[in-house]
Structures are given as C-alpha cells and as structure tokens.
Design a protein around this ligand. Structure first.
Ligand code: COA
Ligand code: MG
Length: 286
C-alpha cells in the first residue's frame, strides 16, 4: 500500500498490551495503526503483549486501516521472538526501531516472509545520515520519524517550531521522496492540546510528510483534516488540469490560472492532489 492509493494521514500507535485500546481501534477513523511491542510496552509485559497482539490481529476487524507492527530491535531480548510470532499474522508491514544502517534492515529481511514490507523508525542521528540508503533498500516502503528519540539523542531543546529537528525532518522526507516511499512525521506529546497538534500537523504537511504518528484517539480528527487536500486545493487542481488541456489543444505549452503559470509539472502535482482526495474519500467510505 503506497501513499498514492492508501492515505496515511493518521497513524495511531497502540500499545500491544492494551486489549481495550486494541479493540477500540476497530472503530476509530484512523488511516493506519502501529501496533507497538517496543517502547509503549514495559519489559515485564512484552511476552504477554506479543500474544495479545497476535490474537487481536488474527481476529481482524480493522477494515481498511493499514496494520503495521512495531517489533523490538533485533539486538534486544525480545526482537527475534516478536518476528517469529508476528511476522506472519496478517500485518501490512513490520516496523523496525533503532535502525542505523541498511544492514540492520537486512537482518530483518532474513527472518521475514519474502513479501512482507518493512517500515523503519528514523530516530537516531546515524539513521538520518544514512536516510537515503535506508529508504532505497528494496524492502523498505515507509519511514516513520521518531522525534522523541531524536530529541533525546541530539540533546536538543523541545521547541514549538521544531527548529532543532528541521534538518533531520527534511532529510527524512527527501530520502523517502527519492525512493518514492511513505514518510510519516513524529508524535505530538501533549495529546490533549488540539490547537498545538493542528499547528504541528500543518507544519509536517507543509514539509511534505504523508501524515503524522499519533498517541491518542483525540488526535485523529486533526491529523485527518490537516493532511487531506482541502476543497480549494481540489478545486484549483481541477481547474489547472482543465486549463492546461485546453492550452495544449490550442498548441500552447503553458496555461494561466488565478494569475499563476501552469506547466506540465503543475499538472503532475495537481493530479497527485486529486488521487489523494480519491484515496481519502475511499478510506472514509464516501
Ligand atoms: N489507541 C487506541 N485507543 C486508545 C489509545 C490509543 N493509542 N489511547 C487511549 N485509548 C483509548 C482508551 O483505551 C480509552 O478507551 P475507553 O474510553 O474505551 O476506555 C480512551 O481511549 C480514552 O483514553 P484516556 O483515558 O484518555 O487515555 P489514558 O490517560 O488512559 O492514556 C496514554 C493516555 C498516552 C497513556 C495512551 O493514550 C497511550 O498509551 N497511548 C499510546 C502510547 C504509545 O503507543 N507510545 C509509543 C509511541 S510514542
Ligand atoms: Mg523510539
């Protein structure tokens, strides 16, 4: 499932240990779910969470929501068993944390069914330096930004404008776009602050992310709104496409809409907006 055919506006983390949340997610309007066995699950609860999660996935009921399982790193005491139990229970991708290099991904490839896509947490400074090679790995279809870990590793301050993280965020997006894979922004920790979330979603959208990872159901609506094409974007895209076709038919290479030039590249971008709008409408069952 790539971002052209499936939206990833809202990507909700759910601790694999929380049965009630695992069940609740079956009716939440989130585009994707990251079922977490890593940092949201305490060491003592890891083994039970693995079984609880496997059972939830086997039972199904998650509809069109993309199902991504975050395992523990393979260097931990739990990673190998996570893959053994959850590598083949119907997830759409396995998300690998604490990746530094493409060879960390290779280690997982060796353990997974050949068709299982891999998503990667981008949360260490080394992963950001290696973003291009990690994104270009043949099995990697998505990058998830781990802003809390990055902030910790960098020793930077948490700022509302995320200036200290900007270079990393942009490298992650550039790497994903160069490889034509999905790019998801990090979480917004103050989960009851809807205005703050919206501001950060809009920043992530403007940077080019496909969507945002979320930690609480309260955050879903804001992310869905921020990362969907707006009515005026859809309207402009339609008019750009029409005007360009019209110009082309009369032998011209460019058109003008709302005082702005429209070249072929703008038409490509406009078509992408319309495709995203269709994917969102399908997700919402409209
Ligand atoms: N996914 C699905 N449902 C969730 C949820 C989530 N991430 N977080 C909370 N809920 C559910 C609760 O089960 C509860 O459902 P109920 O009303 O049917 O009982 C409802 O939403 C309200 O929850 P609330 O009481 O407001 O949250 P909380 O105070 O119990 O928990 C957190 C707050 C942050 C601890 C919790 O949201 C959470 O664990 N989030 C995920 C954290 C995570 O995965 N981190 C790893 C990546 S950073
Ligand atoms: Mg992390």
């Amino acid at each position: 499932m790539d971002a052209a055919t499936h939206p990833y506006r809202s990507v909700l983390y759910i601790p694999g240990s929380k049965e009630r949340a695992l069940d609740k997610a079956r009716s939440l309007p989130t585009d994707a779910i990251i079922f977490d066995l890593e940092d949201a699950v305490a060491p003592d609860a890891k083994a039970e969470a693995r079984e609880t999660l496997a059972e939830a996935l086997r039972s199904g009921g998650y509809g069109k929501r993309s199902k991504i399982v975050r395992i523990n790193a393979l260097t931990t005491a739990w990673g190998l068993e996570d893959v053994r139990i959850l590598g083949d229970v119907g997830a759409d991708a396995i998300l690998l944390p604490k990746v530094n290099t493409p060879s960390d991904v290779d280690n997982l490839v060796d353990l997974l069914p050949a068709t299982m896509p891999i998503w990667v947490m981008m949360e260490t400074p080394t992963s950001v330096f290696n973003a291009r090679e990690i994104a270009a790995h043949g099995r990697v279809t998505g990058l998830v930004t781990g802003t809390n870990d990055l902030t910790k590793e960098l020793g930077c301050r948490v700022r509302a404008d995320r200036m200290p993280l900007m270079n990393a965020l942009q490298r992650i997006i550039m790497a994903a776009r160069a490889a034509r894979i999905v790019a998801i922004d990090g979480v917004y920790n103050r989960f009851r602050d809807g205005d703050g979330l919206l501001t950060e979603c809009e920043q992530g959208r403007d940077l080019g992310f496909d969507g945002k990872t979320l930690i609480h159901p309260l955050q879903i609506e804001g992310a869905n709104r921020a990362f969907a094409p707006t009515a005026s974007e859809i309207d402009l895209a339609q008019r750009q496409i029409e005007a360009f076709e019209h110009s082309k038919a009369s032998g011209q290479g460019v058109a003008v809409v709302d005082g702005m030039i429209v070249e072929n590249l703008h038409v490509v971008a406009a078509k992408r907006i319309l495709a995203k709008a269709v994917a969102v409408a399908e997700m919402e069952g409209v």
